[in-house]
Ligand binder design. Structure first.
Ligand SMILES: Nc1ncnc2c1ncn2[C@@H]1O[C@H](COP(=O)(O)OP(=O)(O)OP(=O)(O)O)[C@@H](O)[C@H]1O
Length: 699
């Protein structure tokens, strides 16, 4: 076919598509499938966060539903039954995203290498214990043992989660829960003890539940205690060691990182609740296990381990392993997120990783913006990436196989800083709120296997984008302070955790809503001290659970040094530095600035004309994709607007905050429309130049 023929064909094909589209649309509208007909079927489910229902935002019968809930008690979650209905509908109408949405949020487009689906030899395969314990897993429904019992269990080799990870291959990935929510209570500290503060958290012996005893005042000023009961996947009391935390949270995930899994472990809680204390040792322990697997199980298979460490502060990214160099995030054509300039270190021993983590932590707290005050306002993200050279080609950059991200989130109470007088503090508070809400939304989408993940909700979720697509796992560790003075923050933390947990499929945790009704009956008028046990202190012995004596001593000594004065950062010759970089044209494309190439000359040869025509077809495809993407973004913006409206109605809402956020939303909307209009006008121009566009509007 010659160029003109192709042009006609292109024009008629476009017209045909348009006709077919509108036919499909009409037909689809009548049976509720119009989203599918537009390639946006992933927005369809009513349990999806993408198309908000009025009820989702507390609007019932067209009226704003007000309640006295705190911010973290936000009324965004639709009633459980509406979610169920939505889920059923989604299941019925499910059509593969690939069928309708080529290239857009393609869950299969992540840059990972598919490892052969064959049983892998295990470190412990020859152990007789392997047979007995291979079917036990992280997700087993066996009752969680209380820490004193758990200690004995954790000590023994059979309970090692790495062993559990070596379940038969096909069970392996699915046997690890997609979302796991664990609560860790820290002991009362010396200051709290000196002030005779009460420990208001009790952890029930053989269950995964805890109770918060909140002292309240009646109208006649008599005290009473309101009990709030929560149930999670695991509840770790103040005697639980960091080893046991690792055993319960990250250890089971390590083996599946080699199987194309992206996992995220984050700590959430108010300032001083123990997030850093909890998170700090985890990457080191995970690296040790990863390296051990590389050296034994996957020996000579070309796997490499890389470490990077950065911080999100005030919506900006800083490299903690490169003098807080400011980083920027770009999205490539496949919607893969690249953090341009982020330094990754290839590591092969635990000491080097320890040095890097120390360096990052020191930079975090002593950098230019890094007083402690700021560190609790920033999210720190440490990533361990397992890569593998493509077919043993060392010349090509290795490709990511799996990733484990550790996130020390900003202090949760910082989100409440939106009423502060200082504008910067307010904006930071708003950003933190945004990221926590977005994180919850992403986890929800993740567990529902939704095609659309609302990661654009915040910088944090944007950078974690590739951890939310494909085969992913999330572990949330909610850290709580035990003292009465922290009661409100503790309840907020637990409610957030409860909401994350309730998003999880098959979750049967007892809801606080239910126990709250019981609370009324259980309230007492006894003084709190008479109903609570005495608290233990930091000096209490914590139990050690290591199984391999040599490694244990080695790592113990490394970990001990965390509590000592930080050694000055030494430059280590063992490090290989890798720098991510995005080619100029990719970066421009990611910014939506991809330029139409030089216009064809009128006397161009056919081959050139063919190229141009291909470009036109490509441009048409890009326009449709950009349009689809814009519709998705509009959905996100609408959701944000609805939230803003709900917040605007809350007592004490700041008018100037409302105005600035509304302004930002409107500018975002306008920018999106303008960008699409520009692209459309450019396409019309190119069609006209090629005599393809025949409609009056194109002339
Ligand atoms: N489980 C625990 N056992 C013993 N000490 C703990 C525990 N959890 C926290 N601590 C101690 O409590 C203090 C505060 O903990 P940490 O710095 O981890 O809090 P944080 O939540 O990270 O605070 P921020 O948000 O301000 O960074 C530290 O001195 C830490 O050593």
């Amino acid at each position: 076919m010659n160029a003109v023929g192709r042009q006609r064909s292109s024009a008629s094909s476009t017209a045909h598509h348009q006709r077919q589209y509108s036919d499909n649309f009409l037909e689809a509208s009548s049976n509720g499938r119009w989203l599918q007909s537009t390639g946006l079927q992933h927005l369809q489910s009513t349990n999806s966060s993408s198309i908000p229902t009025l009820q989702d935002f507390g609007f019932y019968n067209g009226r704003n539903f007000r309640n006295n809930a705190s911010f973290f008690n936000e009324p965004m979650s639709p009633p459980a039954n509406s979610r169920l209905l939505g889920q059923r509908k989604n299941d019925e109408d499910q059509i593969s995203p690939r069928e309708f949405s080529p290239g857009l949020l393609d869950l299969h487009s992540v840059d990972t290498e598919l490892l052969p689906e064959m049983p892998v030899p295990s470190l412990y395969q020859n152990s007789s214990l392997y047979q007995s314990f291979q079917s036990r897993s992280f997700d087993d429904s066996e009752t969680f043992l209380p820490p004193n019992k758990q200690t004995g269990r954790a000590r023994g080799l059979p309970d090692n989660n790495l062993l559990k990870g070596f379940a038969p291959e096909k069970e392996k990935n699915s046997s690890v829960a997609k979302i796991k929510v664990v609560v860790r209570k820290r002991p009362l500290n010396k200051k709290e003890q000196a002030k005779n503060e009460e420990d208001i958290i009790t952890i029930q012996g053989h269950s995964n539940s805890l109770t918060v005893h909140e002292t309240k005042l009646k109208v006649d000023l008599t005290e009473y205690v309101e009990k709030h009961e929560f149930v999670f996947d695991a509840v770790l009391n103040e005697e639980v060691s960091n080893d046991e935390v690792y055993h319960e949270t990250v250890e089971p995930i390590v083996p599946i990182i080699f199987q194309r899994t992206k996992a995220t472990c984050f700590a959430y809680g108010q300032t001083g609740s123990g997030k850093t204390y909890t998170m700090k040792p985890l990457p080191l322990k995970a690296s040790r296990d990863i390296l051990r697997m590389m050296h034994h199980t996957y020996r000579n298979q070309g796997f490499q381990l890389f470490v990077s460490f950065f911080e999100i502060y005030g919506g900006k990214l800083f490299d903690l392993l490169n003098d807080r160099k400011k980083l920027c995030m770009r999205e490539d054509g496949k919607q893969q997120v690249c953090i341009v300039g982020l330094q990754e270190y290839r590591v092969s021993d635990v000491e080097t990783i320890k040095d890097l983590i120390d360096k990052g932590n020191a930079t975090r707290s002593t950098g230019t913006t890094g007083a402690n005050e700021e560190s609790s306002r920033s999210h720190a993200i440490l990533q361990l990436a397992i890569k593998r050279s493509v077919d043993g080609h060392d010349s090509k950059p290795p490709r990511v196989v799996g990733k484990l991200s550790f996130i020390d989130l900003a202090g949760s109470e910082r989100g409440a800083d939106t009423t502060d007088n200082d504008k910067q503090t307010r904006m930071e508070g708003a950003e933190i709120n945004k990221s926590l809400l977005a994180l919850k939304e992403c986890i929800r989408a993740l567990d529902n296997d939704q095609g659309h993940i609302p990661f654009r909700g915040s910088k944090l979720t944007e950078v974690l984008r590739d951890s939310f697509v494909g085969d992913s796992r999330t572990v949330m560790i909610s850290c709580i302070s035990p003292n009465a003075g922290s009661c409100e923050h503790t309840l907020n933390t637990l409610r957030y955790a409860d909401r994350v947990k309730s998003l999880s499929k098959g979750n049967n945790s007892k809801k606080e809503a239910l126990s709250s009704t019981l609370n009324v009956k259980e309230s007492t008028t006894f003084p709190l001290s008479s109903v609570l046990p005495a608290a233990s202190t930091y000096e209490d012995d914590v139990t050690d659970t290591w199984t391999d004596q040599n490694e244990r001593e080695n790592l113990d000594s490394l970990e001990e040094s965390y509590d000592q004065e930080k050694p000055p950062w030494k430059r280590n010759g063992k490090l290989d530095t890798f720098q991510y970089s995005v080619p100029e044209d990719k970066a421009r494309k990611a910014n939506g600035q991809m330029k139409w190439k030089d216009q064809p000359k009128t006397d161009a040869k056919y081959s050139r004309a063919d190229d141009d025509l291909n470009d036109l077809l490509k441009e048409e495809e890009d326009l449709v994709n950009a349009h689809r993407k814009q519709v998705e973004e509009t959905m996100d913006i609408v959701r944000e607007e609805m939230n803003l409206l709900v917040e605007a109605d809350q007592p004490g809402n700041q008018l100037d905050d409302y105005i600035s956020r509304l302004n930002a939303i409107l500018s975002q909307k306008a920018a999106g429309i303008l960008q699409l209009q520009t692209r459309l006008a450019q396409f019309q121009k190119h069609l006209k130049e090629h005599n393809v566009l025949v409609s009056a509007s194109g002339r």
